[in-house]
Every structure is written in structure tokens, then in C-alpha cells.
Design a protein around this ligand. Structure first.
Ligand SMILES: Nc1nc2c(ncn2[C@@H]2O[C@H](COP(=O)(O)OP(=O)(O)OP(=O)(O)O)[C@@H](O)[C@H]2O)c(=O)[nH]1
Ligand SMILES: [Mg+2]
Length: 193
């Protein structure tokens, strides 16, 4: 696939509205504000493709993008404390509803902020992906905020915390500086081929 060719398809507010799976899908999961939309934009070098915000909770729908015959799925972020209970329920309905459907899951890019310990919800997400036997790669985000030495230290600590094997796929990324973007493109290409 070619990362120069992408277009927005549609947004969905409930999982019942989701269109059936007609292409291999690459989904981006992670807590609110971790950098899902930014990473998607960086992969395609298209700044305004997915909406980015400094305010957590920006992506409150599931958004489909057609990337050269591969569907890229921007999921709403989990774990944002300041939204109402009904909003939280809507979000978990969307995320769980998406993963419970019979879809062509080629890869889940599970984003985790490199600066912190993984949250309980991050741990749950990774455990779910492992138990459901879904193909996934962990993308550690915002690497530009740490020195190289700190990045390596956090990478090892997060591998341990998330109980990922030594050679589990984990990519250190920065949407701001471009680190890890080519590597992630390679992993995506391989997963959809
Ligand atoms: N320094 C730095 N900031 C980043 C990076 N990636 C994202 N950000 C910033 O983090 C904030 C959230 O980014 P988004 O891409 O909107 O995060 P999201 O995961 O899509 O958030 P929701 O849609 O709310 O779930 C924005 O202010 C981004 O500019 C990165 O690699 N480095
Ligand atoms: Mg977003």
C-alpha cells in the first residue's frame, strides 16, 4: 500500500451504525490524548486528516479513512475522567462494539504514552488484544519529550509492565519529530499484505 493516498470515509456515533468490513482494517486504540489522530496524520503526512486537539476527548466517534484500499480506524480515546457517565458509556459501547464485530482486523496499533506507566485501562486493552488473539503492535508516543536514554528505559519498563515478550512488536514514535514512522509504515504494510 501507498501512504500518499488517503481519504476520509465516515464517522460513526454508535457501533450499530458501523459499515460492514470490506477491507483489511488497521485500528488505532489508546487513552484519550495519547496521540492517535496525530499518528494517523503523520503516517499519511496529512496534517488535517484526523482532528487533533489539546483537549482530551476530541475524537468521540469512530472515524474511517480509506488509505489506498486499507481501512484506517481512528477509535475514540478511553479513560478521560472529565466526561459524563453517559459519554463514557457511549465510548465504551463504540470501542467494544467495534471489536465485537466480525471484521477483517489486520492490525491494532495500541498507543501508550512513553512518559508514564501504562494505566489500568492500557493494561486491559493490551490484555484484551492478546486474549482475543488480535494482531497488534504497541506504539509508544511522544518520544520527543524524553531523551534517548529515558526512551530506552521506559520501553523496557513498559514491556515488563504490559507483560510483552522481549521481541513483542513495540515501536517508539514521535508524531512531532517523525521517529518510528517509517518502521510503523513497514509493520502496517506487512500486516495488510
Ligand atoms: N510532543 C508531542 N505531542 C504530541 C505527539 N502526538 C500528539 N501530541 C499532542 O497530544 C495532543 C493530543 O493529540 P491527539 O492526536 O489529538 O490525541 P488523540 O489520542 O487522538 O486524542 P482523542 O481523540 O481525544 O482520543 C495534541 O496536543 C497533540 O499535538 C507527539 O508525538 N509529540
Ligand atoms: Mg483523536
Amino acid at each position: 500500500m501507498n501512504f500518499n493516498n488517503v481519504s476520509f470515509e465516515r464517522s460513526f456515533g454508535t457501533s450499530a451504525q458501523l459499515e460492514p468490513s470490506t477491507m483489511p482494517e488497521v485500528a488505532f486504540s489508546g487513552r484519550s490524548n495519547v496521540g492517535k489522530s496525530s499518528l494517523l496524520n503523520k503516517l499519511f503526512n496529512r496534517k488535517g486528516l484526523a482532528k487533533v486537539s489539546q483537549t482530551p476527548g476530541k475524537t468521540a466517534t469512530i472515524n474511517f479513512f480509506d488509505g489506498d484500499g486499507v481501512r484506517f480506524v481512528d477509535l475514540p480515546g478511553y479513560g478521560y475522567a472529565k466526561v459524563s457517565k453517559s459519554e463514557k458509556e457511549r465510548w465504551s459501547e463504540l470501542i467494544e462494539g467495534y471489536f465485537n464485530q466480525d471484521r477483517d482486523f489486520a492490525l491494532v496499533v495500541a498507543l501508550v504514552d512513553i512518559r508514564h506507566e501504562a494505566s489500568d485501562l492500557d493494561e486491559n486493552m493490551i490484555r484484551f488484544l492478546r486474549e482475543a488473539d488480535l494482531p497488534f503492535v504497541v506504539a509508544l508516543t511522544k518520544a520527543d519529550k524524553l531523551s534517548r536514554q529515558q526512551q530506552n528505559k521506559q520501553k523496557a519498563a513498559l514491556k515488563r509492565q504490559l507483560e510483552l515478550g522481549q521481541d513483542a512488536p513495540m515501536v517508539v514514535t514521535s508524531s512531532a519529530k517523525g521517529d518510528g514512522i517509517d518502521e510503523l509504515r513497514r509493520i502496517i504494510k506487512e500486516a495488510v499484505s
